[in-house]
Design a protein around this ligand. Sequence first.
Ligand SMILES: [Zn+2]
Length: 413
Amino acid sequence: MYVERLVCARCGEEHSPDEGVVFCSKMDGRLDIYYNYDAVAEVLTREELSRRPFNLWRYIELLPVERPWVDLGAGGTPLLRARRLAERLGVRNLYLKDETRNPTWSFKDRPMAVGVAKGVELGVRTAVIASSGNAAAAMAAHAAAAGIEAVTFVPHFAGMGKVAQLQLYGAKVVRLRWEEDEDPTVRMMLEMVRRRGWYPCPSFGPFNAYQFEGNKTIAYETVEQLGWRAPDWVFVPVGGGGLLAGTWKGFVEFERLGLSEGLPKIAAVQSTGCAPLVRALERGSDPFDIEPWGMPHTVATGLEDPFPWDGDAAIRAVRESGGFGVAVPDELILEAQRLLASLEGIFAEPSGAAALAGLMEALERGLVDRDELIVVQVTGSGLKDPDVVSERMGTPPVIEPSVEEVERYLGLA
Ligand SMILES: [Zn+2]
């Protein structure tokens, strides 16, 4: 393992990797993980990488585990050139990082593969998570394959596609009523960690430093798929902020290792129904003083984190990269979802289409040069939340099986 040390982003508390510490003793910030990059650079060359299978474990030297203890084939998703969508939006170089192809159909398989693998390495029996659904499904699947018990706290409005996954993966599913401002899933997870000593494995850095690192692999792959270069822009949907912060860390590491040229600008996209990070960016807030949103209301349920737990690193990433934050209304998210499917054949859930909505809004406001190379992260499958589609489009009527009826229905008669 090439990890040198873990340092709390907030209080500076430091740990060595062999302590097996999962979070800062004050639980006030994420333990940022630092590697021996000189040693990594000697092993992780373009030639070496080209010999390895295309999934996230090909970057093992930049992950905080000794071995890929559990491997469902997370990562290794396609970067698709979006020609029809580019034409529609009036941009020249548009790519979609299609994360719907992950083992549990969302990008959360990246952090959860690493988080659960670390749990195996530490010998834990029970892992617990708070999640709006996707991270819980990813954790439960990897825990099932690793033989670890999974306890999942999800809000009562979590999509039934996600809840069904949890049930079949064998997780204990606790659907918590959420009617007040504070997120009850996080509160209950922390209570059970304290009372039972369970291994916390949410996709929030302050409660598990290791899983955060899995997010970096989406950037490594993007660089490789573009021919060892960074794009000009990456549009990232933001809930807790871990994906955005991890994406940035990944680009920075690959540049430092000499594996990539340049760094992208990062656009943070949230729904106007839950936009604490975008609001903090617009206000110029201190990264450690982000005001929580209160009760979220958006069709993008995967982004309903009233407090972005990795918001400190996400704010820094947006600022350092020269990017911006943009909040988009639900109608635009649903329009983006429809365009992704009808122009490019990608069936995304609303959260998964939010980054594209952000690009559409940014183009409208003239924030992005139309000649630049743009990557949009499409983070989760539409099969997670099919009700959104039927509510919007209705259910097609039943037609009698005669040529006359069919032609009349198709408007051909
Ligand atoms: Zn600390």
